[in-house]
Design a protein around this ligand. Structure first.
Ligand code: 2BA
Ligand code: 2BA
Length: 109
């Protein structure tokens, strides 16, 4: 068994959970925050058997898209003025950042 941890954009989270339920996969959604943008994102935990990995990965790929996002300039107040960027910078936020972990034990009580 594997545990898939997928960090995705909030905009894709309903679509992904609907697709997972439709394909009969179980998942847990956690509200999370990106360390860089400091904006909300969604982390999915999906526990599933090894043989389903490929299908789950393609469901994630199909339902999550990458987007460009503007990062607002950070005020130099109290910080280092040398690193101050006075204009918004665009970064590409990926559709999904996925980690796969082996599951040692799975119980439901
Ligand atoms: P349980 O199987 O006891 O699961 C309770 C909660 O535990 C789930 O909430 C989910 O957040 C998490 N969970 C369970 N299995 C998981 C896994 N393999 N990976 C990640 N998280 C897992 P919900 O998703 O709201 O489900 C509530 C109850 O609805 C479930 O109780 C189950 O009896 C039923 N259920 C969930 N998904 C289903 C599906 N695709 N088809 C039929 N029944 C489903
Ligand atoms: P954030 O940390 O808010 O990052 C959003 C996007 O900003 C990233 O997209 C990347 O394009 C850019 N970025 C992040 N850190 C950067 C840095 N130090 N310098 C320059 N640009 C940077 P993604 O790479 O697609 O990541 C989307 C979200 O996935 C991240 O949101 C974070 O929550 C999570 N993530 C990505 N890589 C991770 C990792 N190795 N471990 C844990 N979480 C990760």
């Amino acid at each position: 068994m594997k545990l898939i941890m997928a960090v995705i954009q909030d905009k894709d989270s309903n679509r992904l959970s609907d697709a997972l339920v439709k394909a009969d996969y179980r998942a847990t959604k956690l509200a999370s925050t990106g360390g860089f943008l400091k904006a909300g994102n969604t982390t999915f935990l999906i526990g599933t058997e090894d043989e389903n990995m490929e299908e789950v990965m393609s469901i994630i790929k199909e339902n999550c898209q990458s987007r460009d996002q503007l990062v607002a300039p950070i005020s130099p107040m109290g910080g280092n003025a040398d690193s101050y960027v006075p204009y918004p910078v665009e970064v590409q936020v990926g559709g999904a950042t996925v980690f796969v972990l082996p599951v040692e034990q799975f119980e439901q009580f």
